[in-house]
Design a protein. Sequence first.
Length: 333
Amino acid sequence: MSLSHPLLYALPLSLLLSSCSLDSVKPDTSPSDSVAITSPIAIASTKQILSTLAADDMQGRQDGTVGGKKAAQYIEREFAAAGLSKWGGLSSYQQAYEIEGPEGPIATSNVIGFIAGKSRPDELVVFSAHYDHLGVEDSAEDTGKNKIYNGANDDASGVTALIQLAKYYQQRNDNERSIVFVAFSGEEAGGFGSQAFASSIDPDQVVAMFNIEMIGTPSKWGNDSAYITGYDKSDFGAILQKNLQGSNFKFHPDPYLDKDLFYRSDNATLAAQGVPAHTISTSKMDNEPYYHTVDDEIATLDIANMNAIIKAIALSATSIVNGDSTPTRIAKQ
C-alpha cells in the first residue's frame, strides 16, 4: 500500500510487451476452511506462490530492477499456465509503460490476463493487486543485516490471491461477465500502474473492481474476516456479504478512515471515474509492525487464514461475475 495519494500524479506512457507457461493446481478438499468452495485454491499452492514472490531473489520487486522484472515474468508464466487470454491488443501479458524517476524514465509493466464472458463480454469485472515493492535498502551500514524489502504481506499476499483467483475462474469456465486480472507495478511510487491500466479501458464498462491489498495477517476482528475500503460509497460490500450467507466469513467497513485508505491503493484511479472499485484488506493499519520494513517476511503471515480469505473473495464475487448483481456506481471526482 502506498503512503501517497495516487491521484496526485500524472503519467507518461509508452506501451510494449511478452509471454510464457507453468503447471496447474489440484482442487483443495480440505474441510478446515470456514468458506467451503470446491476449487483449485489449495493452501499448498498459495504458500508456493507467496514464497516465490517474496523470496530474496526477487530483491524486493522494485520498479525497473532485475527483481521487479523477474516478478513480472513469474506472474506472466502463471497467467499463461492458467490459460488466460491476453488483454486488449497486447501481444503478451505485459503492458509496458514508463515512470518518470529522479534520474530519468523507469521502464516497468503491469501484467494482465483476461477471461471473456459467456453472455455479457462487454461488462468487465476487475481483480487486481500490486506486485511492486521497495527493493533493497541502500544503506552501507550494518552490512550483515537483512536489507531486502521482501513485501510478503505488501503485496505478495494480494498477488498470490490474484493468481489463485485466475486459476479458479478459468477452471470454472462459467463467468457470464468478462474478468480482467491485473498485477500492477508502480503502486508504491504513486499508483502509476493503475493509471496506465485505466488508460487502456473504458471505465463505463467496468462493473466492479476487487483490489486485494495486504491479506496475510488476521484483521482486527481475527480470522475469517476482512474489511472493504469505501464501504459506504456503493453497495459492493453488501453484495459480497450477501453471497457469503451460510459461511463464517464477515466483510467489515474500513475501520481506519483517518488513514484515507480508499485513496491510497490501486482502486483509486477507477473509483474516481465512477467505478465501484474497492480494496479488500486485513491489514491493521494502527498495528502492523512489519509494514514497509525489511521484516515483512512470510514467517510473519498466517497462510491458512489468507487462503480462507482468497476462497471467501471467490465466493463473494459469484453474483457479480455471473451477472446477477451490479454494484451501484461511485460518485465521480
